[in-house]
Write a protein that binds this ligand. Structure first.
Ligand code: HH2
Length: 346
């Protein structure tokens, strides 16, 4: 099987025949062809002209992605992270009191978050499962209060469990974000289908408890692509249309530093799945390992490295960026857009 990775460009000058990447701000006129053997074909560097792509591949790579919970995806969107947990790796214990959660949620929306992602179970490496009743007690009241307070941004519930998702949707959440790609709880896919809400399918290898113990892949980029393609097919079979699916390579979930970097460098490949792409690299351990210094041991010192990775994703057309530091990231996005695309408004 061949895999097609568009070479994403952002220059203001586009050659004849350039195609829009997923209807967004990037364009491409060449595509790298990858195969399992690790060998590229069709030319010395494995590049083919966009005009020579199979029609179905070209259609998937270029089609604008439909709006997500009312948000158009023709420009980058920020998903602000709100963990109402005692033990998340970066913000654990800071926002588990409802008043603190509400204040932080409002601050993130004011700072430029387009979506709020609320989680009641840490999935950091080594974390243990949380009982659904406890996860509901942590998340549903906060969601209800945010909706009652007139929060404009759609809320996503970061959970693997159908009971938790149901309570969150009843409380006013509008998106489900599942780090297990609907593979943990057999009832979650039917719930997402019945409620007709968008879902984010994220790749993980193993479970949070053990995933960082020697993760291995044949070819991390292609393995993650195939996994997501299979999970999209399973979601479609359960009645969830592709235009309500977001895909995410799952940075840090069963990956070494080298795996994370291969995925980040190859992000544009995932547009071939025909879904919006989400990137969640914020403050993750590989950033500290590469940055060194204080960032190595302290997650809240990984902001600059997170922004660098976010901009790498932006340059490959990634539509949704899941981050802790919404103010800083929004500023970086604005300036990147102004400096690169010449757009002064976002
Ligand atoms: N990462 C985390 C949690 N949920 N969801 C998606 N779609 N993508 C991600 O990369 C992702 C995610 C882990 O980060 P965080 O929520 O900051 O920490 P914790 O799991 O410790 O609560």
């Amino acid at each position: 099987m061949d895999y097609y990775r568009p070479v994403a460009m952002t220059d203001a000058v586009r050659p004849a025949g350039a195609l829009p990447l997923a209807g967004g701000w990037c364009w491409f006129d060449r595509v790298e062809v990858l195969t399992r053997a690790g060998v590229t074909r069709a030319g010395a560097r494995g590049l083919v002209a966009a005009a020579d792509l199979p029609d179905a591949v070209r259609a998937r790579l270029t089609a604008p992605r439909p709006a997500l919970a009312g948000l158009t995806l023709d420009r980058p969107r920020l998903m602000g992270i709100l963990n109402v947990t005692p033990d998340s790796f970066s913000d654990g214990g800071r926002f588990d009191a409802p008043e603190a959660a509400l204040a932080h949620a409002r601050a993130m929306v004011e700072a430029g978050a387009d979506i709020l992602d609320i989680g009641g179970e840490s999935t950091r490496p080594g974390s243990a499962d949380v009982e659904p009743g406890e996860e509901i007690r942590r998340t549903a009241p906060v969601i209800r209060a945010l909706v009652a307070g007139g929060l404009a941004a759609p809320i996503s519930i970061d959970t693997r469990k159908s009971e938790v998702a149901r309570a969150a949707l009843d409380a006013g959440a509008r998106i489900v974000n599942d780090v297990a790609a609907l593979g943990y709880d057999p009832d979650l896919a039917a719930l997402v289908a019945a409620r007709a809400v968008p879902v984010c399918l994220m790749h993980a290898q193993g479970t949070p408890a053990t995933m960082q113990a020697d993760p291995r892949y044949d070819d991390v980029l292609l393995d993650v692509y195939d996994f997501l393609a299979a999970r999209i097919a399973a979601a479609e079979a359960a009645g969830i249309p592709r235009d309500r699916i977001v895909v995410d390579p799952g940075i840090g979930f069963g990956k070494t530093v080298a795996h994370n970097l291969a995925l980040i460098r190859g992000l544009s490949l995932f547009h071939g799945l025909g879904c919006a792409v989400l990137l969640g690299a914020s403050r993750k351990r590989f950033i500290g390992m590469l940055a060194g210094g204080a960032a190595e041991g302290q997650a809240d010192r990984r902001g600059p490295g997170t922004i660098a990775v976010t901009l790498a994703g932006l340059a490959q057309g990634v539509q949704i960026h899941r981050v802790h530091d919404t103010l800083e990231t929004r500023q970086a996005l604005r300036l990147w857009q102004a400096a690169t695309l010449g757009e002064e408004e976002t």
